[in-house]
Design a protein around this ligand. Sequence first.
Ligand code: ZN
Length: 231
Amino acid sequence: MKLMIDAGHGPNTPGKRSPDNYKEFTFTSSVADHAKALLEAYENITVYFAHSKKVDVPLKERTDKANRLKVDCYVAIHANAYGTTWNDAKGIETYVYPTKPKEAVELANRVQRDLIIATGLEDRGVKTADFHVLRETNMTAILSECGFYTNKAELKLIKSESYQKTCAEAIVKGIVDQYKLKKKKTASPKKETKPKSLYKVQLGAFSEKSNAEKFVKELKAKGYNPIIVKS
Ligand SMILES: [Zn+2]
């Protein structure tokens, strides 16, 4: 299957940062990297990124790419904000398009549950929203908001590598369970196989059998154990 991960926003997106100036993209991009690495340990999956670490990719470009590549599933990763100053809004929520496509709802339920189990944060539930990436994608699409960067305690988590990894693991678990992905078999030590080439050492070649026999006698006298091969 083909899967597209969309790390929300970009390296230069205005706003989309905490009151102390931590960029949402720093978080989403890291979670995307971890998720890609984890997913690539599974069979039959190709992972694409909708975002770029160098430039801001407009939303239309992201969904156009997903549609063009005909990916089977689109997973957008975000962190949340409530206003622009510190406050107590908290927790994790996952979105699907308002028409509630069946597969998207299933995937969203799994990812949301796994995020809550893994992080222990407040469960804000699976919600619907008319977001561009949910509306304009032709495939199953979900969007997870992994905590609030306007909440001091949650921002501390969001900034940490271990929380970023935890979010990636939870999202990947949801995807793996939804699509019944199988781990790639780890490389087993190679079995011994027959050599492709043989290197022979020959001491003589004679047209007369008697000469060959004479040479064998001489070699035997020297302690060798030669054989005659007729070809
Ligand atoms: Zn966002």
